[in-house]
Design a protein around this ligand. Structure first.
Ligand code: TMP
Length: 215
């Protein structure tokens, strides 16, 4: 479908620690935008549907073990395999709402001992740069109150605290459009905030070129 508006879609990423409500908010945002007549679609990483995604899925479900550098590169490869699709959709004027992106990739691996932020960022250098990154902020103790973590890899309090620390480092980057949201507020209030930030950015992107992340 041709894009008659001359305006590209916006790349909107939701990030946060586990149990912050990212998936719920992505769905609500998608519904709201579509209801208002915008063209919008959802993406999530990891995308467990591809061949690489299946390797990641089996690792997360603890059905297989992978060496730490190896799994990091697989997560990045799982994003790169969607880059052509992402660029195509944005050029067609479709706004993409993305549940996790390279920031989860870096935060989770660099929370492991012996990994630097610099090393972790490299494999994702050059993927499409988000126009907006909404960080759903939730303290580890509030996250715990939302019920037990599941049984997947990384779902434990100590590790999540390390992950949050790494996200905070990534948020210092002033070349990126981070917006920190209070994820302890009620679902609908949070949704309204997310929606208003998103709509503002959708108007601003115009026909600006899609930039490269971390380059
Ligand atoms: P999900 O629960 O949103 O499907 O995410 C699966 C887990 O994978 C979650 O604990 C975060 C982690 N993760 C990484 O370690 N690296 C990545 O690049 C991504 C996208 C997620």
């Amino acid at each position: 479908r041709v894009n008659m508006s001359g305006r590209r879609g916006a790349l909107i990423v939701l990030e946060g620690v586990d149990r912050a409500g990212k998936t719920t908010q992505c769905r609500k945002l998608l519904d709201a935008l579509q209801r208002e007549g915008h063209r919008a679609e959802l993406l999530r990483f990891p995308d467990r549907g591809t061949a690489i995604g299946q390797l990641i899925n089996s690792y997360l479900e603890k059905k297989s073990n992978l060496e730490d550098h190896t799994v990091h590169l697989l997560f990045a490869a799982n994003r790169w395999e969607r880059v052509p699709l992402i660029k195509e959709k944005l050029q067609q004027g479709i706004t993409l709402i993305v549940d996790r992106y390279a920031f989860s990739g870096v935060a989770f691996t660099s929370a492991k001992p012996e990994f630097t932020l610099t090393w972790c960022k490299q494999p994702d250098v050059g993927i499409p740069k988000p126009d907006l990154i909404l960080f759903l902020q939730l303290s580890p103790s509030d996250a715990m109150k939302r019920g037990d973590f599941g049984n997947e890899r990384y779902e434990n309090r100590h590790f999540q605290e390390q992950v949050l620390r790494q996200f905070n480092e990534l948020m210092q980057d002033e070349n990126l459009n981070w917006k920190v949201m209070d994820a302890s507020q009620c679902i609908d209030d949070l949704h309204q905030e997310i929606k208003s930030h998103t709509e503002k950015v959708m108007e601003q992107v115009g026909d600006n070129p899609i930039r490269d992340l971390w380059r």
